[in-house]
Design a protein around this ligand. Structure first.
Ligand SMILES: [Zn+2]
Length: 283
């Protein structure tokens, strides 16, 4: 259980203890748009109870900020509770939702001690059915909501939700407040800082930015994180360009984030660098 807190007029955020993930509800004439659906069918049932307690209307649509299970595994529960509502996502996120979800279910299957094992395995991943490539505006009657794909970063299908009338941006996992940005097996570490410039372009000095995990932040926080993501991309290029083998990069490099979360950033970064930028070790 968690309370939906109003962070701007008719924009409520609930922060859940499991994975410290956020679910946001945007109010309108046409009902609520719920952004991200938590990490299992059972968890989403709790979110739906919290929304009913909020009493701000029926859910009219769902948005997934990206494909990962902690943002999409409640999709089916929302459909079960509210009928055949639209689920919006970037086209790459929709395409990846089932495979990405099944991969995570594999990890949970192997982890017999995880308290959330049963509910994750019991969830049927449901992908979005309304997709777009670059940007789309949802007409909610008295309010418009923009979905923007700023480029590749945390995944290749991240979107940010902008609510222009109250200067709110929901950034998904492109921005992290809970911990350092997460570089997973499907991340794009070299593109991420450039995508952050697009996100920053959607903000003002007074914006409220809601990350995928953790407390809402301001533009200054996002600028600092963008710079760190840029330093990380530079570090990858520098290591690869100096001929440091991938296996040694984690111990040799200097990074803006804790090294224990950077193995995939390095692996993916090395893989994505143009050939000419990787050099053989100098003997
Ligand atoms: Zn997440």
């Amino acid at each position: 259980m968690s309370d939906f807190i109003e962070v701007a007029q008719r924009v409520w955020v609930a922060r859940y203890e499991w994975l410290d993930v956020n679910v946001t509800a945007i109010g309108s004439d046409r009902g609520l748009v719920v952004v991200d659906t938590h990490s299992s069918g059972l968890a989403a049932s709790g979110v739906i109870d919290d929304l009913r307690r909020l009493g701000a209307g029926q859910v009219a649509a769902v948005v997934n900020t990206h494909s990962h299970f902690d943002h999409t595994f409640g999709n089916g529960a929302f459909r079960a509770a509210y009928g055949d509502i639209a689920i919006h996502a970037h086209e790459n996120a929709a395409a990846a939702t089932v495979a990405s979800g099944e991969r995570v279910q594999g990890y949970y299957r192997d982890d017999l001690d995880d308290p959330h094992r049963e509910e994750v395995l019991a969830t049927q991943p449901v992908p979005a059915d309304r997709t777009f490539s670059s940007a789309v505006s949802l007409d909610l009657g008295d309010r418009a909501v923009e979905l923007v794909h700023p480029g590749r970063g945390h995944t290749d299908g991240d979107l940010v939700v902008r609510v222009p009338d109250v200067d709110v941006v929901l950034a998904g996992d492109l921005v992290e407040e809970s911990a350092a940005p997460v570089y997973g097996t499907d991340c794009f570490p070299l593109d991420w800082p450039h995508s952050m410039d697009v996100v920053l372009g959607l903000t003002t000095a007074g914006s409220t930015v809601v990350p995928g995990h953790g407390a809402p932040v301001d533009r200054e926080f996002v600028e600092v994180q963008r710079n760190d993501l840029g330093l990380m991309a530079d570090a990858i290029r520098h290591l690869a360009g100096s001929g440091v083998p991938l296996e040694e990069a984690l111990t040799v490099g200097e990074f803006p984030f804790p090294a224990d979360g950077l193995a995939e950033a390095l692996r993916r970064g090395y893989e994505q660098l143009p050939r000419g930028r990787r050099q053989l070790p100098l003997v």
